[in-house]
Design a protein around this ligand. Structure first.
Ligand code: GRF
Length: 209
């Protein structure tokens, strides 16, 4: 939580590895009063992540746990779990986090981890180049998905999807830009639904009540 802010309801921890534009979108949604949550901690696994520098500058609580510090993924993610638990987060948001989570981490926050992926899942799951692959495949519609994280990579129950038409003039880069803009709407929306207690996981389906 930033100093001086009222204590909102949902305590959120965000994991990042890069740019951090989705992190900023969450922060903006909170700041503008559209999202009743607080950013309790930002964890990065990369020292050079621009999103990490931004978080520090913004005065957010941060934690850096890199491969250099802790080479074993399980060990590193255990440290991340401790940091998130110490911050008493209620929801863990993967916002451009480039590690596959180990089972222990997923179990520790069962039903309380969400991820954003730049495709309409289950299409183009399990790749870091989803937009490029969708574009090269020639899809006419793509988009983004926010889903719960389970042991199956990019396969957990879907919370929010937003579609983006592929235009004739598009390149993979221009398509990526428009998908990213939709991500910045979808992720705060999914967190808002979670915060409001409106999500019910029924097998593979998320019901919004
Ligand atoms: C986004 O495209 C997200 O869907 C994917 O990684 C990217 C992160 O972007 N998982 P940013 O760091 O939030 O700008």
């Amino acid at each position: 939580m930033k100093a001086g802010e009222p204590s909102p309801s949902l305590r959120v921890g965000v994991l990042i590895s890069g740019r951090g534009s989705n992190l900023r979108a969450i922060d903006q949604a909170i700041g503008s009063g559209q999202l009743p949550a607080s950013l309790e901690i930002v964890v990065s696994n990369r020292a050079e992540a621009p999103g990490f520098a931004w978080a520090r500058q913004a005065g957010l609580r941060t934690s850096l746990l890199t491969r250099d510090d802790l080479p074993r993924r399980a060990q590193r993610q255990e440290a991340m779990r401790r940091v998130l638990e110490a911050a008493e987060v209620e929801l863990v948001v993967l916002a451009g986090f480039d590690e596959v989570l180990v089972d222990e981490f997923v179990s520790a926050f069962q039903g309380r981890i969400i991820n954003i992926h730049p495709s309409l899942l289950p299409a183009f799951a399990g790749t870091m180049k989803a937009v490029e692959e969708a574009y090269n495949h020639g899809v006419k519609v793509s988009g983004c998905t926010v889903h719960f994280v389970t042991g199956q990579l990019d396969g957990g129950p879907i919370i929010v999807q937003r579609a983006v038409d592929v235009r004739e003039v598009d390149t993979a880069a221009t398509l990526a830009e428009r998908i990213l803009a939709e991500e910045h709407v979808a992720l705060p929306e999914a967190i808002r639904l979670f915060a409001a207690g409106r999500l019910r996981i029924e097998a593979q389906r998320v019901r919004i009540v």
